[in-house]
Design a protein around this ligand. Sequence first.
Ligand code: ATP
Ligand code: MG
Length: 215
Amino acid sequence: MLSAEKISKRYNNNRRQILDSIDLTLDEGEFVAIMGESGSGKSTLLAILAGILLPEEGQVLFDGKDLYSLSDAELSEVHRKKIGYVPQSNFFLKNYTILENIVEPFVNTNDADPEELSEKALAHLDRLGIKDLADRYPHELSGGEQKRVALVRALLTDPRLLIADEPTTGLDSETGKIILQYLSDYVASGHSVLVATHDEHVKEYAGRVLDITKI
Ligand SMILES: Nc1ncnc2c1ncn2[C@@H]1O[C@H](COP(=O)(O)OP(=O)(O)OP(=O)(O)O)[C@@H](O)[C@H]1O
Ligand SMILES: [Mg+2]
């Protein structure tokens, strides 16, 4: 489903090569974790694979099509429906409630029914144990609660591929396990998940664990 070939990246023409000819393939129904020390390029790689950050060299093929050769409209369609992405840092609109933050990216498209989206969002929040936070504002949530909200937003349209950057970092192990089990269930229902993490617990859930310095 996702295949990256010879991905290389430096920032701002800096001499330091962050990613050097990385190859990676992810199949339907796979849960893959990428590990490696801080600064090794995990977030850079995930953003490239998600179609958010242009690589210097190489291709990212999703269903055989190069993400970076798609038009803006085609790429936003992919982001709305096929690839969910949870960045490492939480991003929320501060004057919107949690529920609004989750559905907002999807409501102004003609193929989405806002009520249906809200219902789906609430069902996810409920399963993650934070439904009662739906009407609060982002600053009123803890870091772990915010992580779960970001996950719900990325899962809202049931994307075939979920890319999550450090989904459990900084959380207590109980909350971390809730999230990992959620990702695992998502994979079991036929989706694919790719995470970058420092969390050793991921090894109990992921089908493949890759060291970024060895791919
Ligand atoms: N926008 C940027 N401009 C310049 N350098 C950057 C930028 N983003 C990241 N870097 C550098 O690229 C390297 C890789 O960063 P990246 O965030 O991909 O690492 P990481 O493996 O995700 O680290 P962590 O485990 O701390 O999240 C780091 O040395 C970082 O300083
Ligand atoms: Mg990172």
